[in-house]
Design a binder for this molecule. Structure first.
Ligand SMILES: *Cc1c(COP(=O)(O)O)cnc(C)c1O
Length: 402
């Protein structure tokens, strides 16, 4: 199969699951196709006994109060758990909350947590500014580390290895089964921020203990929702996570859950198209004399490409572009400012294209694959591919006008 189909394959395979997950079963009176939105804080009961009985079911996603999640939140949790392949899921208020909550749930003072150097910037800042303050030791490993090298970063206190594959700025695809082996050998858990790989990478089949999603990205898909999800591989990890979610007041609003479930229904076709378009743009960019390297996991010169080919059933719509070293940051700025179809903005996974510089401001403990060159990342939306190429073509002229 050529790469053009390969990047879309997994998205199309998801279609049946996305169409049927978390749907009500019709009874004799019939029912609407979609679960309804229920807005509320207080839940009232006919007796104290009934309230206590319901309270005891909190691990079954039931609630006695709105801060423990609404019925539509629990429907969304079921759908995400099915897609990730885990036993249970907790929806939280943002993708970042989905990164921080499991660290709060499973780390204590005196523990060590090992992060991939390519980890999402705000997760890194949480580790540096909050976890350290509570006595958790933090260190980083180079994302492309081999098994022996990684083993040397583990300490007797390491309880969690946290990674994101591929990194959303530098796109290193990592060997998750190997990371899981090393973590488990050392009595630690492996947490994966699977935002890029949602639906096309099965975290638990590859050894992860917990998977994190920014639902804000592909599932919501329309740049109008902030939400996150944490899914676990096994029931035994679930209770501590669920208790911490309740204890920290983590919840998402019912309307955001409903919008995310609605977005999820069309995620497969949206992303199949966006993944094909992104690869077409990546290949076009590779052929431009202004470009030094394109960091897209489906391209052979992306770090970890062979791991992508082994472990993923498709590709995302976000990738990186490194400009030739003769172009300064100012050259790139002129180029980015003159793009018409690519909005300048954070985030990704929506239906519209975006651009963001990725040089400067990104903290790394080890060398980044982009070096010091001017670089940017593209989020590819549903615009016609040839229109996006034409936009890049006209903007690239700005690189030469200094
Ligand atoms: C966007 C993002 C997050 C955070 O999601 P928000 O909903 O924006 O808080 C976490 N991890 C990755 C990899 C992301 O790209």
């Amino acid at each position: 199969m050529n790469e053009h189909n390969r990047v879309a394959e997994g998205w199309l395979q998801l279609g049946t699951t996305l169409s049927h997950a978390a749907r009500p079963t019709p009874d004799e009176r019939g029912c609407y196709v979609n679960p309804p939105v229920t807005r509320g804080s207080t839940v009232v009961f006919p007796s104290l006994e009934a309230m206590q009985r319901q309270g005891a079911t909190r691990y079954e996603h039931e609630s006695i109060y709105g801060a423990m999640g609404s019925p539509i939140q629990h429907e969304l949790e079921k759908a995400i758990a099915v897609i990730e392949g885990g036993t249970d899921c907790q929806i939280v208020s943002s993708g970042l909350a989905a990164c921080t909550l499991p660290l709060l749930a499973f780390l204590s003072a005196g523990d060590h947590c090992l992060f991939s150097d390519s980890v999402y910037g705000p997760t890194r800042r949480f580790a540096e500014n909050v976890l350290r303050r509570f006595g958790v030791e933090i260190s980083y490993f180079p994302p492309m580390a081999e098994e022996k090298e990684l083993e040397a970063f583990m300490t007797p206190k390491t309880r969690v290895v946290f990674t994101e594959s591929p990194g959303s700025h530098t796109f290193e695809v990592q060997d998750i089964p190997m990371l899981a082996r090393v973590a488990h050998r050392n009595n630690a858990k492996l947490f994966v921020d699977n935002t890029w790989g949602f639906g096309i990478f099965a975290p638990f089949a590859h050894g992860a203990d917990l998977s994190i999603q920014a639902l804000t990205k592909y599932p919501a898909g329309h740049s109008d929702v902030i939400a996150g999800a944490i899914t676990v591989a096994e029931r035994k990890t679930w209770e501590q996570l669920r208790d911490t979610a309740i204890q920290t007041g983590q919840v998402a609003g019912p309307d955001d859950c409903w919008l995310t479930l609605r977005g999820l229904r069309t995620m497969g076709v949206r992303l199949a198209q966006q993944a094909r378009s992104a690869l077409d743009l990546a290949v076009w960019l590779q052929q431009q004399p202004e470009v030094a390297q394109v960091l897209h996991p489906a391209l052979p010169d992306c770090p970890g490409h062979a791991l992508w080919a082994r472990d993923f059933t498709g590709a995302g719509c976000l990738f990186g572009v490194v400009l030739d070293s003769r172009y300064s940051g100012q050259d790139m700025e002129r180029m980015i400012n003159s793009l018409r179809l690519f909005g300048i903005g954070a985030s990704w996974g929506g239906y519209e294209s975006l651009v963001l510089p990725t040089t400067g401001g990104i903290q790394r403990a080890f060398a980044s694959p982009m070096g010091k060159a001017s670089a940017f990342r593209l989020q590819v939306g549903l615009e016609q591919t040839s229109d996006l190429v034409a936009d890049l073509q006209q903007a690239f002229k700005q690189l030469h006008t200094a």
